[in-house]
Design a protein around this ligand. Sequence first.
Ligand code: GLN
Length: 460
Amino acid sequence: DGLKKKEFSSIELTQSFLSRIRHYDPQLNSFVTVTEEPALQQAKAADEAIARGSAGALTGVPIAQKDIFCTKGVKTSCGSKMLDNFIAPYDATVVERFKQAGSVMLGKLNMDEFAMGSSNETSYFGPVRNPWDTDTVPGGSSGGSAASVAARLTPGATGTDTGGSIRQPASFCGITGLKPTYGLVSRWGMIAFASSLDQGGPMARTAEDCALMLQVMAGFDEKDSTSVDRPVPNYSASLDENLEGLRIGLPKEFFDEGLDSDIARLIDEAIGEYRKLGATVKPVSLPNMKLSVPAYYIVAPAECSSNLARYDGVRFGYRCKDPKDLHDLYMRSRGEGFGEEVKRRILVGTYALSAGYYDAYYLKAQKIRRLISDDFKRAFEEVDVIMGPTSPSVAFRLGEKTADPIAMYLSDIYTIAVNLAGLPGMSIPIGFSKNLPVGMQIIGNYFSEARLLNVAHRYQ
Ligand code: GLN
């Protein structure tokens, strides 16, 4: 039952997940690397710790890491040809903390290249398939994380969310995912895409499991300059708290014509359950929501163009064959190492930051970002949580949106504002439409993760 009860030895548990991975993953492609031997060694050590009586909640519990987190001695590809040969010399803080908690790492999970995408189709290692219907996408960019949890290849996985990449795949695959407040989870060793938006978080079957994982992941890290130094609450302790008097806000902008009618109906039903638990519901407005996708597609590419400048073929990563000179080395290493979507983002970002354009694009996008934060601030003066859809549709078919980047970008229309404001958000499964899972988004005020997990748990 989830991550909590240990009725098996860690070795048995680990072997059972490894054998499911061997059996099912050739079809799903959710893992880039399976670390079988080290996993069994970690499981053995965990069993010894349990026998000694020195075990924590996750001791011996298998998890898998999105391949954006650096893992010492294990390939960290970030879904790119550029890093296909990169063996990180150190562990990300998140990886290190799971190790210290005694959990077992099953391997590294497939993802969109450098986390740029919403369907896992930009991965150099090929698309991941949605276990509910293998002709559909699992969502992205944490598609390998969502698919592997949904297919029970791992009890939990890490993900990252820059513009929806934990919540949207969680929704498409029928699992629970939490994007924490910006600054709660250390970004050290998490390969940077858009540093002011990137945030790691847990993906698992339930809020209860996410709480156990977040407990390990959250907390101050002096190695990340944007890490917030404040006490971490006990996330499991408040899961069962009463929801009597909870004020739920429904932003009218979340329920416009763009939303699938089945999804709207399921959300309505879920809200009905919360009313039964004593919650009250109130309409709110986020008038600048509609500007979130355009603002994001300036800010994120701008930051990515700067972050990805480090991949120059010199110190690490892909290097082209027989460069003629230094310029040729840069040009061809980057030209051959990056995929199409990554190049599109670098071009857009470089353009937006060019002399003469900065005020028109980047500065304007930053101003919109402030307006969006203010919208949420006003809403949270009146309500405790905001609920709405995670994505406008259920999982779409593989290839359906690959030729149309704008259509792809719009699948994040309900998630991106949360990243621009730095707020925490979750997606929980609430039912099915066309035999595919539907997720509902729950957004909270800064550092309200304990409340979000409590609200999610009471529904589950
Ligand atoms: N789909 C969005 C993008 O492509 C968000 C990705 C993410 O959250 N990493 O940028």
